[in-house]
Structure formats: structure tokens, C-alpha cells
Ligand binder design. Structure first.
Ligand code: ATP
Length: 250
């Protein structure tokens, strides 16, 4: 099995391509995420951001190119094997199990290591999750579908934390949320990195708010990366300002 060599690189993507029939959604995408970084992906609707996350997490099979995670080539691994490597995807629109309780949603997050570990370890993780997301403890017996949009987003992220992520792929966590809740969600994302050393790859429509918590960012257009830089560089970039920062959340 071929290995990627840079020890600091948690995720390395080389020349990744994917098409939906005749539609080329990813075209030779190359980038990396270092351990401990928050890296944002910016781009208009249809740029290929969601497809990129789905291909990394094994929901789509790449037409060509390679995906390395912790030095292992995971390009051809099925999604459930990728989850067991602690690469965890929080999909767009949250997708919590609406007719199950908050606690049962959280247990499902621990599914891939549940049989290998003791129940008390999973319960310990749940205690930690409730410290990070106290509102979920208050609502722990409530059906997930009855939570507010912001609380469901917290639950979707908390469920991913139960899977012990080394890399979290977050697809539009603020979609449809009020500005104050957006701030709260993004503050939690930063806390997961700062306090729990979780590396994050973030797609976010609130470009300014996401750049404020990110270290680096890439800009996608028509399935290709057209720009990259530190978050600070991109906040000051005239083209980025013109294209995206009209949607700023302060
Ligand atoms: P958005 O913010 O709107 O989700 P995005 O940057 O995440 O945009 P994708 O959803 O990855 O972009 O879409 C990339 C391209 O692939 C677009 O042209 C889109 O129309 C197309 N596409 C996405 N999903 C499908 C699908 N299931 N079948 C066919 N084409 C698709």
C-alpha cells in the first residue's frame, strides 16, 4: 500500500476527480489538511464542495486520484471502514434520526467502536459531550426531531464527537440558522479544535464567520480549486471580498 510521507499531514488529496454521469463535479482536486488545523472550503452553490466531502468519506467512489488519511491510502475503502479510522462526516441538513431520542442518536455515533470498548467508556464520552453541549443533556430524552434547528445541528456535531473524530468534515453547519446560533455553532467548532485537538475541514456559507475561525482556506469553482491561502490572506483578498463577503456575519 502506498503511503503519504509528511507526518504533519492528516489528510492529503491528490488529483481527485468525480463525475455524476456527464457532470464533472470534481476535477483534479489537490490539497491537504495538517493535524490540528481548521481548513475552510469556500465556493458558490454547485462548486463541488459537498461532493468533495462525500468522496472523502467514501459515499462516492473517486473516478481517479488518491485520498490519504494518516498516511494510509483510503481511496477505495468503503464508508464504514473510513468511519472506523476516525474520519467523521457531519452531512448537510444535519440528518439526525428524528424519531429517536437525543441519547440514542449519540449512542449511534459510537456505533463503530461500541463492540470493541466497554459501555462505561462510551458513557464517559457521553459525559464529555454533555459538558461541551449542555443543552443536549437538558434535552437528552427528547426526540431529536422535536429539537430546534440549532439544537439539531449541535446534536449532529455531538454525534460525530461520540465517534472520536481525528478529522471532522462539516458540511454547512450553519445552514438555515439565525445569526446568533451560527456564532454559537462556529464557536463550538473552534472549541473542538482548541480544547480537544480535533482537526476540521469546514464548508460554510457564512464566509467571513468561517474564515475568522479557520487557519487556511481553499476556494472552489466548477469542481476545481482556484485559490488558496491563510484565512487572513483570503479575508483581505479583493476577489474573495467581492464574491463572498457580502454574506458576512459579524
Ligand atoms: P451547494 O452549496 O449548492 O451544495 P456544492 O459546492 O456543495 O454546492 P455540489 O453539491 O457538490 O456543490 O455539486 C457539484 C456539482 O454536481 C453541481 O453541478 C451539482 O449540480 C452536481 N450534482 C450534485 N449532486 C448531484 C447528483 N446527485 N446528481 C447529479 N448531479 C449532481
Amino acid at each position: 500500500m502506498s503511503k503519504c510521507l509528511n507526518q504533519n499531514r492528516l489528510l492529503e488529496i491528490n488529483n481527485l476527480s468525480f463525475s455524476y454521469g456527464p457532470i464533472r463535479a470534481l476535477n483534479h482536486v489537490t490539497f491537504h489538511v495538517n493535524k490540528g488545523e481548521i481548513v475552510a472550503f469556500l465556493g458558490a452553490n454547485g462548486a463541488g464542495k459537498t461532493t468533495l466531502l462525500q468522496t472523502i468519506s467514501g459515499l462516492h467512489k473517486a473516478a481517479s486520484g488518491q485520498i490519504f488519511f494518516k498516511g494510509e491510502d483510503i481511496t477505495r475503502l468503503p464508508a464504514e471502514k473510513i468511519v472506523s479510522r476516525h474520519l467523521i462526516h457531519v452531512p448537510e441538513h444535519r440528518q439526525v434520526f428524528a424519531t429517536m431520542s437525543v441519547v440514542d442518536n449519540l449512542y449511534l455515533g459510537a456505533f463503530h467502536h461500541y463492540s470493541k470498548t466497554k459501555r462505561k467508556n462510551v458513557d464517559k464520552d457521553m459525559t464529555k459531550v454533555f459538558e461541551i453541549f449542555p443543552i443536549l443533556e437538558e434535552r437528552k430524552h427528547q426526540l431529536a426531531g422535536t429539537l430546534s434547528g440549532g439544537q439539531q445541528q449541535m446534536l449532529a456535531i455531538a454525534r460525530a464527537v461520540m465517534a472520536k473524530p481525528e478529522l471532522l468534515l462539516l458540511d454547512e453547519p450553519s445552514l438555515g440558522l439565525a445569526p446568533l446560533i451560527v456564532k454559537e455553532v462556529l464557536t463550538l467548532v473552534k472549541k473542538l479544535r482548541d480544547d480537544f485537538n480535533t482537526t476540521v475541514l469546514l464548508i460554510e456559507q457564512n464566509v467571513y464567520a468561517s474564515l475568522k475561525i479557520s487557519d487556511r482556506a481553499y476556494v472552489m469553482q466548477h469542481g476545481e480549486i482556484i485559490k488558496e491561502g491563510t484565512a487572513q490572506e483570503l479575508i483581505q483578498d479583493e476577489k474573495v471580498k467581492e464574491a463572498f463577503l457580502g454574506h458576512a456575519v459579524n
